[in-house]
Design a protein. Structure first.
Length: 613
């Protein structure tokens, strides 16, 4: 007789059956989902987006403006795991689309609509320049919506007319820089933090060693946000005639202005000059219909085209007739060791992009677009070595700083032939840190101990035992050398005295304007100006640009297209979702630390640079 399977055997067969069934379900969902997407894509490709003469280009200001799109996880996207994540708006695509709208006779004007917009001030400045250039066409630039928060209002101030719902308002709050502090929590958990740093302003690890901001960090942070807010006020004030009290926000001012406006936020926005008129949604729609007309196929629909559809119509393509190229390599995100996905800088993966530019015979110069607060010291040096290799190959390198190019972001820029920053770029943070935790107190509390044998006292080091007193001096010597290497690099690259560099370093952050005065950058200018400078250094007149970036897989490309199409029909994020985004922003420093992977545990990192809101 055949032997009956044991209870354990039947159990494992059941487990295998469940796992196999789930595997088939996932594969079927993926297969049919992708098949459906392909069918939809083929159907949509057969008919380009409709664009009638005089159409309004409607641009919703909703999402995170980025220099490089992040990697898309097809499985997560198909199962809706990214539904609460803000969509990304590629800065270069947005600028190009606005510029093309000014030249396109089919576009009758641009309508901006507010949303939950995430963008550094330097990115807003770029978009503002593009809107100013567009307005030279004489076409209207309108802004309509319910409530407008501060980031949206910067762009709204460029509009010819700002109309909000009579139940809305405008929130001007000023800028702040804050973070969470965990020392007391770590003490309660009996976790010991060991911090080594050079630079009195190098404040990243204060979150783990203090319960509040240190005086040097407060001094540097206040100076930077004062510079940035001054830039915001100057731009908005020059664009509109506004009551100064609104741009010097305080609880007293808000209380007084509300009292003067019968406690009506919409009336307050109108009386202070923040907006031009109040209207209901029905009245706003009627106004747009009068300006742009109705759709030819449906008299009840506005003659308009959405941002995504128009961006696809006017997408840039390389000109094959122009041989000379200026390569643009984007270095965006935390600098990590090894091969990293798009949206993050990898010591190996981003180096490959620079190497591709070096071996491409058509590329005559490179613009390194940096938007990073740094990270791994080892990976930062890997990328700088690729910059030196490009220069040795006779290809000039120009660094173009975005919202942030600090610490490791400055390290990879320092050896460039020229460095461009923007007025509102956060840069500097020239310093170095090393930090780790040990758990000897927690281990003792719960009764966990470790013991064993080794051939050296180095191998005996354990994170649940007290730190050997000989380790601190060794790590600090590594810190001192790393800092000296940093300021020496800046001294040699920038032609500055070592003592001068030391005085402006110390881990302190600076605005782009201050960095220019201190000699840390060569010029204040946009990405386009950096590209022109690269062409001049390469002595070429006629050229085309070539973006060298991480290649997405076909699945990721397909999913991104689907998500872009679906985003048109997605509702505006709820208050709960916005609060979730804000919470994730506060927790970003923790996420950044968890991902750090420098082989020597040495970091050129400025996490606080991303905490300005």
């Amino acid at each position: 007789m055949p032997k009956r399977p044991s209870l354990i055997g039947r159990f494992f067969r059941l487990i295998f059956s469940v796992i196999n069934g789930f595997r088939r379900l996932v594969l079927n969902v993926l297969f049919f989902g992708i098949l459906a997407a392909i069918i939809v894509s083929l159907g949509s490709d057969s008919q380009s987006p409709s664009l009638q003469n005089g159409a309004a280009l409607v641009i919703p200001l909703n999402g995170i403006v980025v220099e490089e799109l992040s990697e898309v996880d097809p499985v997560a996207a198909l199962f809706g795991q990214n539904s609460e994540e803000p969509q990304e708006i590629l800065l270069s695509e947005l600028l190009h689309t606005i510029q093309q709208a000014g030249k396109d006779d089919r576009i009758g004007g641009i309508v901006l609509k507010p949303g939950n917009l995430g963008a550094g001030l330097s990115k807003l400045e770029d978009i503002g320049h593009a809107l100013t250039e567009y307005k030279e066409s004489g076409k209207p630039l309108l802004f309509i919506g319910g409530g407008i928060e501060q980031t949206n209002y910067y762009l709204a101030s460029f509009a010819d007319n700002i109309t909000i719902n009579s139940g809305g308002g405008v929130a001007i709050e000023g800028l702040g820089m804050s973070r969470l502090y965990y020392k007391e929590a770590l003490d309660k958990l009996q976790i010991t933090t060991h911090l080594y740093r050079v630079g009195k302003y190098k404040s990243f690890a204060e979150s783990y060693t203090r319960n509040d901001m240190s005086d040097p960090a407060r001094e540097a942070s206040q100076a930077v946000i004062d510079d940035l807010w001054g830039s915001y006020v100057d731009t908005v004030s020059s664009n509109r005639d506004i009551d100064p009290r609104v741009l010097a926000p305080s609880l007293d001012n808000v209380s007084q202005l509300l009292e003067e406006s019968d406690n009506d936020t919409a009336k307050m926005a109108l009386s202070t000059g923040l907006v031009d008129q109040l209207a209901t949604d029905i009245e706003m729609r009627a106004g747009l219909m009068q300006t742009f007309g109705a759709d030819e196929d449906d008299e009840h629909q506005l003659n308009a085209i959405g941002y995504r559809d128009y961006a696809s119509l006017v997408a840039t393509s390389s000109n094959p007739l122009i041989e000379d190229k200026i390569a643009i390599v984007v270095a965006k995100g935390t600098i990590l060791n090894g091969d990293q996905p798009p949206g993050t800088i990898g010591g190996v993966s981003t180096a490959k992009l620079l190497r591709e530019a070096r071996f491409d015979e058509q590329v005559k110069a490179v613009v390194l677009r940096v938007d990073s607060g740094g990270g791994s010291a080892y990976a930062s040096e890997q990328l700088r070595q690729e910059v030196l290799a490009l220069q040795a190959a006779g290809k000039p390198v120009v660094a173009s700083m975005g919202s942030v190019a600090a610490s490791g972001g400055y390290w990879i820029s320092a050896s460039a032939d020229r460095i461009f920053a923007q007025e509102d770029t956060i840069t500097g943070s020239i310093g170095i840190i090393s930090m780790f935790q040990t758990f000897e107190k927690a281990a003792e509390f719960v009764g966990v101990h470790q013991d064993g044998v080794a051939t050296s006292d180095i191998r005996e080091i354990s994170f649940i035992e007290p730190l050997n007193e000989k380790i601190g001096p060794i790590v600090q010597r590594l810190m001192d050398k790393g800092y000296h290497d940093f300021i020496s690099l800046v001294s040699q690259s920038r032609g500055l005295d070592l003592a001068t560099v030391d005085s402006v370093a110390q881990g302190r952050i600076w605005s782009g304007i201050d960095a220019l005065e201190l000699g840390l950058v060569d010029e204040i200018g946009s990405l386009d100006q950096a590209i022109a400078a690269a062409a001049d250094l390469a002595s070429i007149g006629s050229y085309d640009t070539k973006v060298i970036s991480h290649e997405l897989t076909p699945e990721q490309e397909l999913i991104r297209e689907i998500l872009n199409s679906v985003s048109v029909y997605m509702p505006e994020p709820s208050t709960d979702t916005k609060l979730l985004w804000q919470l994730k922003g506060l927790l970003k420093p923790i996420e950044a630390q968890l991902r750090l992977n420098d082989p020597n545990n040495l970091y050129y990192l400025c996490v606080e640079c991303d905490n300005i809101r």
